[in-house]
Design a protein around this ligand. Structure first.
Ligand SMILES: [Mg+2]
Ligand SMILES: [Zn+2]
Length: 186
């Protein structure tokens, strides 16, 4: 089975420093859902792993998070894309949970649930902690420059083997061997 793990905010949809707190604030990055459809067509199962500390902070509740994800699933379906599962961490940094990225707990849970070793599995994020969480599981880190990606690239310290791409569509081009732009290795 081919699996790919995506961060949500800044990878699939536009991010905000004020958090994505409602379905109205969830707006897809152009081309991201179509890229997921192309992954599906190539036989990939697409799984999301997302920190959602807005829940712990009281900025939104589980009902709202579910509504946001319903909007995402519906928008995906419209272009023939299927997101297999969404794993989220509702905790804040103070909770010291095992699932909040950069901890690898969510990815380890994905590995268990899908019964797949994550070695070499593409892990796409716009923040360093996304890539750090994946690195511990042996997955392959992809940084996108959407969302917080430009800031993340500027700060540096990316895990070895990280490649940098303009956006999710470019990552998918790369994975499906139809590159439109060169990738930059770090
Ligand atoms: Mg993000
Ligand atoms: Zn957590």
């Amino acid at each position: 089975m081919k699996l790919i793990i995506l961060d949500r905010d800044g990878v699939i949809n536009h991010d905000s420093d004020e958090f994505i707190k409602s379905p109205a604030e969830w707006i897809p990055i152009p081309g991201s859902l179509e890229a997921i459809a192309r992954l599906n067509q190539a036989g990939y199962r697409v799984v999301v792993a997302t920190n959602q500390s807005g829940i712990a902070r009281g900025l939104f509740d589980m009902i709202t998070l579910n509504a946001i994800h319903q909007k995402m699933h519906a928008a995906a379906q419209l272009v023939g894309a299927d997101i297999d599962a969404i794993f989220f961490c509702p905790h804040s940094a103070d909770d010291n949970c095992d699932c909040r990225k950069p901890k690898p707990g969510m990815l380890q849970e994905i590995s268990r649930r899908f019964e797949v070793n994550l070695k070499g599995v593409p892990n796409v994020g716009d923040s360093l902690r996304d890539l750090q969480a994946g690195y511990a599981t042996g997955s392959t880190p992809y940084l996108v420059l959407t969302g917080k990606g430009e800031r993340t690239r500027a700060k540096g310290g990316l895990p070895p083997g990280t490649t940098i791409h303009a956006n999710l569509a470019a990552v998918v081009d790369h994975l499906l061997k139809t590159p439109t732009k060169p990738s930059i290795a770090v």
